[in-house]
Design a protein around this ligand. Structure first.
Ligand SMILES: [Zn+2]
Length: 183
């Protein structure tokens, strides 16, 4: 789970686009947040850095001076109800995949996909994961059969990924953090 366009080399302009892993006070991974938000959490004393970026990247502003963290840990427990960290390699349900793809066929864009295709066929060990499943119309599924898209000469219209719950979780964390700071 990485933000897109992670810069390879950090500069004063692009470090904000990096992501920082947030751990609960119990060290469970909660989510990834933009680096500037992580810096704010550390500078207001709501979180501590448990691992800085390597090589060290110093952040200097009017408010704070610190090394850019890679991972931070919240200093108060944040309760995230029903929150499960999902990765592209996490197991997915067929209903979940159809919902994620809004019932559109990932091969021909038909709006009545009612089946789910294993991109790497199940017969060859293709897993039931968010990254290997895509909504598919019956016609494309039948045509593709036990072949990879390359073998069948079919092109995926989008790259299937785990649904992103980060935004929601992040909002929840901010709400909780605001409440903690107010108390
Ligand atoms: Zn189709």
């Amino acid at each position: 789970m990485r933000f897109r366009n992670q810069p390879a080399v950090l500069t004063a302009d692009n470090w904000i686009r990096t992501s920082v892993l947030v751990l609960n006070v119990t060290f469970e991974a909660l989510t990834e947040i933009p680096a500037d938000r992580a810096v704010v959490l550390v500078s207001v004393g709501a979180a501590e850095s448990v691992a800085d970026r390597d090589p060290v990247f110093p952040i200097r502003s009017h408010y704070t001076e610190m090394a850019l963290p890679q991972t931070i840990r919240l200093l108060r427990y944040v309760y995230i109800e029903h929150y499960v960290l999902v990765y592209d390699g996490s197991r997915a349900t067929f209903a979940g995949v159809l919902r994620r793809d809004r019932y559109r066929c990932g091969y021909c864009d038909a709006s009545f996909a009612g089946t789910v295709d294993h991109i790497l066929p199940r017969s060859r060990g293709g897993p039931d994961t968010w990254g290997n499943l895509i909504a598919c119309c019956a016609e494309c599924n039948c045509y593709k059969s036990d072949r990879t898209p390359e073998e069948a000469g079919m092109r995926l219209l989008w790259e299937p990924k785990a649904p992103r719950h980060e935004e929601k979780t992040q909002q929840r964390i901010w709400k909780e953090m605001r409440a903690l700071r107010a108390s």
